[in-house]
Design a protein around this ligand. Structure first.
Ligand SMILES: O=C(O)c1ccccc1N[C@@H]1O[C@H](COP(=O)(O)O)[C@@H](O)[C@H]1O
Length: 210
């Protein structure tokens, strides 16, 4: 089956077009002001996404006011919750907006894996990212990978996406080792923090099997 690729941290119409041209399924918009990839509501609302691209709003412990504004102003097809949202909060957000929810889970060791089943019960998709390095400003988007062998042999009850430190060079190996059918990348397709590189986006999509 054709893999699904998400490219996160898009800020311009040109970014969106590059991602769609590369055949990616999802484009991510980061609503987290501390990120070099952050977009504000006005910028995001002015973006024009190609029809084929599904937009994912990435938020970190967002309150209802921010989520209300995103849903009201931007045509997003999925919410990516990338903070410390509890299972109850995930369920509440899903109920309030009626959109698919992808819950990010940070992984460093085997001890982090039980959270997957907990969130599979309330989210539509799971995203596995590396735990942020100590002192990092961002909870994700740090270009750090985790030990992919931790996921080997796992039986999943919901669709899931592999993320964290993926690049055009390592994405095929990550998919092979984990069996991931969906992958997400942000910093690995940038020429500088927050600046997407169309050639790297094409290379990533091709290496992922598109
Ligand atoms: O991309 C960001 O700036 C970001 C900010 C806050 C939370 C998550 C963020 N990105 C997500 O992190 C992972 C991994 O990114 P990377 O490829 O290692 O740079 C990915 O899911 C992004 O969506």
């Amino acid at each position: 089956m054709r893999p699904l690729v998400k490219i996160c941290g898009l800020r311009t119409d040109a970014d969106l077009q590059s991602v769609a041209d590369a055949g990616a399924h999802y484009g991510g918009l980061v609503f987290f002001p501390k990120s070099p990839r952050a977009v504000d509501l006005d910028t995001a609302a002015a973006l024009r996404a190609p029809d084929a691209l599904k937009l994912v709003a990435l938020v970190v412990d967002a309150d209802d006011a921010l989520l209300d504004a995103i849903i009201a102003r931007i045509g997003v097809q999925m919410l990516q919750l990338h903070g410390h949202e509890t299972p109850e909060r995930v369920a509440a957000v899903r109920q309030r907006y009626g959109l698919p929810i992808m819950k990010a889970i940070s992984v460093a060791t085997r001890d982090d894996l039980p959270a997957i089943a907990t969130y599979e019960a309330v989210a539509d998709q799971i995203l596995l990212d590396a735990k942020a390095p100590k002192g990092a400003i961002l909870p994700g988007g740090n270009g750090v990978a985790f030990d992919w062998t931790l996921l080997q042999g796992r039986v999943w009850s919901k669709p899931w996406m592999l993320a964290g430190g993926l690049t055009p060079e390592n994405v095929a190996e990550g998919m092979r080792l984990t069996g991931a059918a969906q992958v997400d990348v942000s910093s690995g397709v940038e020429s500088a923090p927050g600046v997407k590189d169309p050639a790297l986006i094409r290379a990533f999509a091709a290496a992922a099997g598109l």
